[in-house]
Design a protein around this ligand. Structure first.
Ligand SMILES: *[C@@H]1O[C@H](CO)[C@@H](O)[C@H](O)[C@H]1NC(C)=O
Ligand SMILES: *[C@@H]1O[C@H](CO)[C@@H](O)[C@H](O)[C@H]1NC(C)=O
Length: 253
């Protein structure tokens, strides 16, 4: 073979291998359930990995939807609430809005304050472990839980944020809906932009950024969720063995 045909042949071989490896990996199935009394609109953002089959959809009360995700993947999921189409036909959500004017988020994240479910699937190709958490670092809008099935490991357990932070949200952090009820609760970082709440500047380490009276309100309602940036020890969960996951919004209703 000439050098040119040789390199073309190795390129084809590498492409074939990539194709086989990609298709050999089993997709992780994430089931979204809306246990809230009203319709919600989940949003999905890919940080790394292949684009998902959906970036946002409507989920009626008591409805369930499945999304298959081929690992490796990292990204976040959340719920938008109280959404409506305005007089010019644009989709708007008072909580978790992704600003596209559509149900699809198309690569945009949810506006804080919003409860986030964060996933890294098969981050380590040798162990194939998944990592997941519920994060209130960007505030809270709805209770949410993540339950693995079929995975292995001692931290392969349900992470549930079933407390209602809105019910105990301090006035200076509260976001109110049209009827005056609290629909979301801001993080102290988003409300005050101070380094000690945002874990920036001299507070940019686990040793210097400590829980605040504000973060402790979130932690009190949701002990298994991140309440500030360095809340790792009680908030990170992980599974090996190709688990699937169930995300439930308003788990304790
Ligand atoms: C409709 O919603 C879009 C997107 O938020 C906004 O830009 C626009 O101003 C709204 N139109 C009206 C008439 O409220
Ligand atoms: C399980 O989580 C604890 C803290 O939550 C952590 O110290 C430990 O390293 C984790 N174990 C594994 C196997 O990931």
């Amino acid at each position: 073979m000439t050098p040119a045909t040789h390199s073309a042949a190795s390129l084809l071989l590498s492409l074939a291998l990539v194709f086989i490896i990609f298709h050999g990996a089993k997709a992780t199935v994430i089931t979204f359930t809306n246990n809230c009394p009203t319709t919600i609109w989940p949003g999905l953002l890919t940080g790394a990995g292949s684009p998902l089959s959906t970036t946002g959809f409507e989920l009626a009360a008591q409805a369930t939807a499945k999304v298959a995700i081929p690992p490796p993947f990292s990204g976040r999921f959340w719920a938008r609430t109280e959404c409506y189409w305005n007089s010019t036909g644009q989709f708007n959500c008072p909580t978790g809005d992704c600003g596209t004017g559509q149900v699809s988020c198309n690569g945009a994240g949810g506006n804080p304050p919003v409860s986030l479910v964060e996933f890294t699937l098969a981050a380590d190709p040798t162990t194939g472990n998944d990592f997941y958490d519920v994060s209130l670092v960007d505030g809270f809008n709805l209770p949410v839980s993540v339950a693995p099935s079929g995975g292995t490991g001692r931290n392969c357990t349900t992470s549930s944020c079933h407390g209602n932070v809105n019910a105990v949200c301090p006035a200076e952090l509260a976001v109110k809906g049209a009827d005056g009820s609290v629909i979301a609760c801001m993080s102290a970082c988003d409300a005050f932009h101070l380094p000690q709440y945002c874990c920036t500047g001299i507070y940019a380490s686990p040793a210097t950024c400590r829980p605040s009276t504000y973060s402790q309100i979130f932690k009190g309602q949701c002990p298994q969720a991140y309440s500030y940036a360095y809340d790792d020890t009680t908030s990170t969960f992980s599974c090996g063995g190709g688990a699937n996951y169930a995300i439930v919004f308003c788990p304790s209703n």
